[in-house]
Write a protein of this length. Structure first.
Length: 510
């Protein structure tokens, strides 16, 4: 019964907490949007009103006609939200004024152009100019009901939250009936089996969902335990009669252990041989394949430089395409070498400042393209236990991609941060660039897989495959979320190091 109460209370807490969080986020977003819209529209309206008053009062200031200016201000009585208005001449003297209730205290001197909130009201000053000559200043003071609107929204929010929590509570009662009753049935059978050692009992399947599958699995487990128990009892009886079967079994175990050691040594030798072959292949790629590419690129450049008059424009275009292709092939070779390197060698894990590594990578990229203006945000306080060399390589690819694919954004932004879900930490790199269609997300981390053509964005399609190998070597996982034209965000986790895992076990034990 304690288990039933615990599960029921947890289920109720999860439903209520989820409902409250969703309602609070929705209400906060709606209120923030409306108040911002109200504030901006009211600023624009007051500025427009000041502009109109200034234009209609310019002739009165020019001809020193205070009566005409006063009549212009008197028209503001049809705008009940305007509490007071005044026109100052070029010397800062009050030329005409208007007060809705006749008790308004006007500023002694006009201020610079602008609007601001003062004592719960909105104040605006606007210069009156004609043919580059300042004739005076308009002053307006109006009601500012932002705080009243906020209080109204708070009242509505309280009602909505109350109704939502009541609905969530009613829903949780239905869920408790659907979930807890089958669990109680399984628990009662498990208790009786544990106390009486009666493996012939079976739990009744009351639902066709996961809990029903749990009941089936539980029954299958009981049947298997029952069968294993009978076999064990028979085996024990036979073992008691045949002690010499046991000796042969021990000898067989020793033989199998020796054979296992031999197999392990053989597999280790094979692995070392494979690694040696991989090293030789990498050496061949690094030297034998790069040399012809450098020759092709060098001779193409020599043709352009040594025979400038003998090479036609069409031939120049062909040579340029040859050089571009050889340089791209060189980059592919470099990326393949980097991809092979991250899969070899021992991990040298230690505690590192992830934010510092990300900032160093950003500084290097900015140094290569100083002409680009990109807003970069790197969170503070990000720590991890990882191989700093490999972690830097991962960020070089992720931040480099964010930098590259945000090149066509009007205001490019790149953000590096950390999200926590309990003890799980997820690092992320976000940009507001080209993004991609999530239907093709399964191609992201394969070598040479590209979701954008080379004409749009340069690249070899190796970077994300390299990042995935680095993350997997650290026992983590990597995934992405994006939309075309709305940017992309890449998340990855790192399994804790041995020291961190042992410390976590000690904390749990304590």
């Amino acid at each position: 019964m304690n288990v039933q109460h615990s599960v029921r209370h947890k289920l109720l807490a999860v439903v209520l907490a989820s409902t409250l969080a969703a309602v609070l986020v929705a209400i906060a977003a709606m209120v923030a949007y409306d108040l911002r819209l109200y504030h901006q529209s009211w600023l624009n309206d007051l500025a427009t009103q000041a502009e109109l008053v200034g234009r209609t009062s310019a002739p009165a200031l020019t001809f020193d006609d205070a009566r005409a200016a006063q009549e212009n201000l008197a028209l503001l009585r049809y705008r009940p939200e305007i509490r007071a208005a005044a026109i100052y001449d070029a010397r800062g003297r009050r030329f005409a004024s208007f007060s809705a209730d006749g008790t308004e205290a006007f500023p002694r001197f006009p201020e610079a152009d602008g609007t601001h909130v003062e004592a719960g009201e909105l104040v605006a000053f606007k210069r009156i100019a004609s043919e580059r000559e300042i004739l005076g200043t308009v002053y307006l003071r109006a009601r500012y009901e932002l705080y009243d609107r906020l209080l109204g929204y708070l009242g509505i929010a309280a009602i909505v939250i109350t109704v939502a929590m009541l609905v969530a509570y009613a829903l949780s009662r239905w869920l408790r009936e659907m979930v807890i009753r089958p669990l109680v049935a399984i628990t009662s059978v498990a208790t009786e089996v544990s106390e009486k050692r009666n493996f012939g009992l079976r739990a009744e399947r009351l639902t066709s969902d996961e809990i029903g599958l749990l009941a089936d699995s539980f029954n299958t487990m009981l049947a298997e335990i029952e069968r294993a128990t009978r076999e064990l009892e028979a085996s024990n009886r036979e073992a008691a009669r045949e002690v010499g079967e046991r000796r042969r079994a021990e000898e067989e175990i020793r033989r199998l252990n020796a054979e296992l050691e031999t197999r392990v040594k053989a597999r280790t030798t094979e692995l070392q041989s494979t690694n040696a072959e991989l090293e030789a292949f990498c050496y061949s790629v690094s030297h034998d394949l790069r040399a012809p590419l450098r020759s092709i690129d060098g001779f193409s450049q020599a043709l352009l430089e040594d025979f400038p008059k003998d090479v036609s424009d069409e031939a120049r275009r062909y040579l340029a395409r040859i050089r571009t292709s050889t340089q791209r092939m060189g980059q592919l070779i470099e990326d393949l070498l980097n991809l092979s390197k991250v899969s070899r060698g021992e991990l040298a894990r230690r505690d590192v400042d992830v934010g510092e590594i990300a900032r160093q990578v950003v500084a290097e990229i900015q140094g290569r393209e100083p002409e680009r203006k990109v807003e970069v945000s790197v969170w503070d306080g990000m720590q991890a236990n990882a191989d700093p060399r490999l972690l830097r390589a991962a960020f070089e690819n992720l931040i480099g991609n964010a930098w590259k694919f945000s090149a066509k954004a009007e205001h490019a932004r790149v953000e590096v941060g950390l999200l926590r879900d309990g003890e799980q930490a997820s690092f992320f790199v976000r940009d507001n660039g080209a993004g991609f269609d999530m239907r093709y997300a399964n191609k992201l981390f394969g070598a040479f897989q590209r979701l954008h053509s080379a004409n749009e964005f340069q690249g070899t399609g190796i970077g994300l495959a390299t990042v995935q190998r680095i993350v997997h070597r650290h026992g983590g996982r990597i995934w992405a979320d994006a939309a075309p034209g709305k940017g992309a965000v890449f998340f990855f986790t790192l399994a804790p190091g041995k020291a961190q895992a042992e410390a976590a076990k000690k904390e749990v034990a304590a």
